[in-house]
Design a binder for this molecule. Structure first.
Ligand code: PLP
Length: 458
């Protein structure tokens, strides 16, 4: 059988998978014993597995299916583009209408200070490209020593060599001898775990000022950029205190350091704004995008540049020595265009901002703020985290917090809801099309999983 066989039994799927496939971010030996869930269908806010179980997807796949599953208009856009022009590239002297139309439309949703985009196939590649572009930019403006990029511990920017270096997961650095040279990290603005007796506002300032101290220690003449997620996604959906981003921006401007926002999760309506830095009110020089750009229907990412950076690179940079065979792929571009048009024209992002997003946040607060296991609820729009605490009064975390929240996530699957666990937090990022009834279901099922976790902990 060479075609896609959707009729196999779950056991058959699992056996073949175990024989030939290595999964992401899991101990494969353990998974082979435990067996993966085989997801076979998706529609709206739900997915189904090969045993016919239905789950409300509180994570939009991997925070990417912003528009929900099974949209026929996106399928039609892909099919039409495949018929018209299945592939062409933008190397050297050619281009094609799909990528031109997408680029034109994309800037309708971006603040005016941005003017150009370079496409990739993923968020990792976009951040990989960011490292090269930042360094190139400083060469072009005659400051070639500004080669260091500063990221954050527990930040996540992807799995390739550069992007994983920029990220701050130490267990990832252990695979492949990372980080690469000229990458530094500062701490994360995670008040609940690290804020001690300080108020969130005071802690936000102290966290930001670690950037200043690091720039001074490395020499401002050597630091090219600070790169961070506006809210930290894979590292626990950490929303920094309100004092954090203004102070970071002040420091970057003072030392002539580019401020680079990773909007791979935060982009395309996730917080109710088109891009999450708009929620926090700061002005990055670059944005990396992916995921919600195509709502995960096909892979696509990109690096968005401020007009100033783009003009500098275009006017004085010579050859832009970067290109991927599939950058700006016509099918991905056609799907992205259909996706962002639908997010806009159906008022989906606006609804998250004014209706369903506030509804979700309110319900989470009502449900969990008095819960003995939950110490903090953070979020905005359709992204949220609930923080587990062994003792709420003293903000004491569970010593085995990763196991506790992993167990809660597993119980969530049993309840029919997909949420994700990070160290000490259950996080959610539902599809932006979720209705109020589905939000009720999401929070109710998550509540049941949290209660069952509490019971097991005794
Ligand atoms: N940046 C952030 C903030 C992410 O969350 C991710 C993936 O989860 C990436 C970059 C990497 O994107 P990709 O998996 O498309 O390479």
């Amino acid at each position: 059988m060479t075609t896609l066989d959707t009729q196999r039994s779950t056991q058959e799927y699992q056996a073949i998978d175990a024989s030939h496939h290595i999964h992401a971010f899991i101990d494969q030996k353990a998974l082979n014993a435990e067996k993966p869930r085989v997801i076979t269908k998706g529609y709206g806010a739900y997915v189904e597995d090969s045993d016919g179980n239905r789950y409300l997807d509180g994570m939009s796949g991997l925070w990417c299916t912003n528009i929900g599953y099974g949209r026929k208009d996106l399928v039609a856009a892909a099919a039409k583009q495949m018929e018209d022009l299945s592939y062409y590239n933008m190397f050297f002297h050619t281009t094609h209408p799909a990528v031109i139309e997408l680029s034109n439309r994309l800037f309708d949703f971006l603040p005016k200070r941005y003017s150009h985009v370079v496409y990739t196939n993923s968020g990792s590649e976009a951040n990989e490209l960011l490292i090269r572009t930042v360094r190139r930019y400083w060469d072009v403006v005659g400051k070639p020593s500004k080669k260091i990029l500063i990221g954050r511990w527990n930040g996540y920017h992807g799995s390739t060599v550069g992007s994983a270096s920029l990220g701050g997961f130490k267990f990832m650095h252990e695979m492949g001898d990372l980080p690469i040279a000229n990458i530094a990290h500062i701490g994360e603005p995670y008040w609940y775990a690290h804020g001690g007796a300080a108020t969130p506002e005071a802690f936000g300032l102290t966290s930001a000022q670690e950037l200043e101290a690091t720039i001074l220690a490395l020499g401002a003449e050597n630091v090219g950029a600070f790169v961070a997620e506006p809210f930290q996604g894979a590292g626990g959906m950490i929303f920094p205190p309100a004092s954090y981003w203004p102070e970071i921006q002040r420091i970057c401007r003072k030392y002539n350091v580019l401020l680079c926002a990773d909007e791979v999760i935060g982009g395309f309506g996730r917080t109710g704004e088109w891009f999450s830095h708009q929620h926090f009110g700061f002005e990055p020089d670059t944005l990396t995008i992916a995921k919600g750009l195509t709502s995960g229907y096909v892979p696509m990412g990109g690096l968005v540049l401020s007009r100033h950076m783009a003009d500098t690179l275009v006017e004085n940079g010579g050859v832009f020595a970067h290109g991927l065979t599939y950058s700006g792929h016509p099918v991905a571009a056609a799907v992205a265009l259909a996706n962002i048009n639908a997010l806009d024209q159906e008022g989906i992002v606006e609804r998250v901002k004014n209706d369903t997003g506030p509804y979700l946040q309110k319900l989470l607060h009502e449900t969990f703020s008095m819960h003995p296991l939950i110490g903090e609820i953070q979020g905005q729009g359709f992204v949220a985290a609930i923080q587990f605490a062994q003792n709420k009064a003293t903000r004491t975390l569970f010593e085995n917090e990763t196991e506790v929240t992993w167990r809660c996530r597993t119980l969530g699957f049993e309840e029919g809801v997909i949420v994700r666990s990070t160290a000490g937090r259950i996080i959610m990022a539902p599809t932006l099309v979720m209705t109020r009834d589905q939000i009720d279901e999401l929070v109710e099922k998550t509540h049941r999983a949290v209660n069952r976790t509490a019971q097991e902990l005794g």
